[in-house]
Ligand binder design. Sequence first.
Ligand SMILES: NC(=O)c1ccc[n+]([C@@H]2O[C@H](COP(=O)([O-])OP(=O)(O)OC[C@H]3O[C@@H](n4cnc5c(N)ncnc54)[C@H](O)[C@@H]3O)[C@@H](O)[C@H]2O)c1
Ligand SMILES: [Zn+2]
Length: 347
Amino acid sequence: MQPNTMKALEKSKPEEGLWMVQAPVPEIGPDDVLIRINKTGICGTDIHIWNWDEWAAHTVPIPMITGHEFAGEIVELGRDVTGLSIGQRVSGEGHLIGTDSRQSRAGKFHLDPGTRGIGVNVQGAFAQYLRLPAFNVVPLPDDIPDEIGAILDPLGNAVHTALSFDLLGEDVLITGAGPIGIMAAAVAKHAGARHVVITDINPDRLKLAQHVVPKARTVDVTREELADVVHELGLKQGFDVGLEMSGSQAALDQMVEALVMGGKIALLGIPPGKSPVDWSRIVFKAITIKGVYGREMFETWYKMIAMLQNGLDVSRVITHRYKVDDFREGFAAMKSGLSGKVVLDWT
Ligand SMILES: NC(=O)c1ccc[n+]([C@@H]2O[C@H](COP(=O)([O-])OP(=O)(O)OC[C@H]3O[C@@H](n4cnc5c(N)ncnc54)[C@H](O)[C@@H]3O)[C@@H](O)[C@H]2O)c1
Ligand SMILES: [Zn+2]
């Protein structure tokens, strides 16, 4: 039997911060499982919610248990759940989908327009227990530890973006060496890219990128010209594929400039507002642009687990680990801009 109440990190009031509360352990429905949380990752989204910025205030109902990056263990199965078992180690997709939309009925679950996010629209994973539809559960193989399980959500963003276009033998430019950009660099290398160049304006982030992906060429765009790097690497025209992972307009402009004719861009980074785009440059360069949201259900999960089992190593992107009672330090590390992934331990 589970206890009746649990620790949870909650947005309890419309102001900066998160609060550790005692919340009821969720009751599960016939198609849900109850997961005991072992590890969680802090995401940029959680920082928005902590800060209670305009987006968060418009999007997140209060009270809300935050968090959507997790690994844990199944402790209870809904009446109609099959194929999963108590004690199984799992992570899972935090986007909850409906089944009525045209996209869902076509099997493109990640494109369901009615998607709701755990920790954003429905109670989340920063808690000792999480209710999740069994459909969303992704079992963790024994060789993937909980702390990697806790960052599969952002790794999935990186994998979804990086695998948007064929990378084998291609020269790839990644703008933004946040945790997701860095993991995308690792994925691009793993997927057979020739040169992987990753840019940032924060030297600490670039240092981390180099540490996690030694084969990538890091570029501080405040100090170096991308054109010089293109020349140094012997690229004839520029990069074949761009992965935008900063949300910065300057970075997108640089990317368009540094791409070959007919190049391809996958956009994951979220600009803070509207930003001007030089569309004629994109047209005359015949560039393909793809917006990327979330992870493909569940092909991204399949591919990332397969890659992790086949030598993809992103473990060094985790730079900070805290017991959950020290969550304030974890959030401070995230906000400092010096961290990679920050993982909280709930055990
Ligand atoms: N589309 C989605 O589903 C989805 C999901 C998760 C995250 N995101 C977005 O993806 C992006 C990456 O996520 P993250 O957690 O790694 O973010 P992050 O904020 O940790 O990293 C962004 C990095 O971009 C760098 N940057 C800023 N200006 C730059 C410039 N001009 N050139 C190069 N780099 C620059 C920053 O210094 C930072 O290191 C964010 O914009 C985030 O909002 C999108
Ligand atoms: Zn996230």
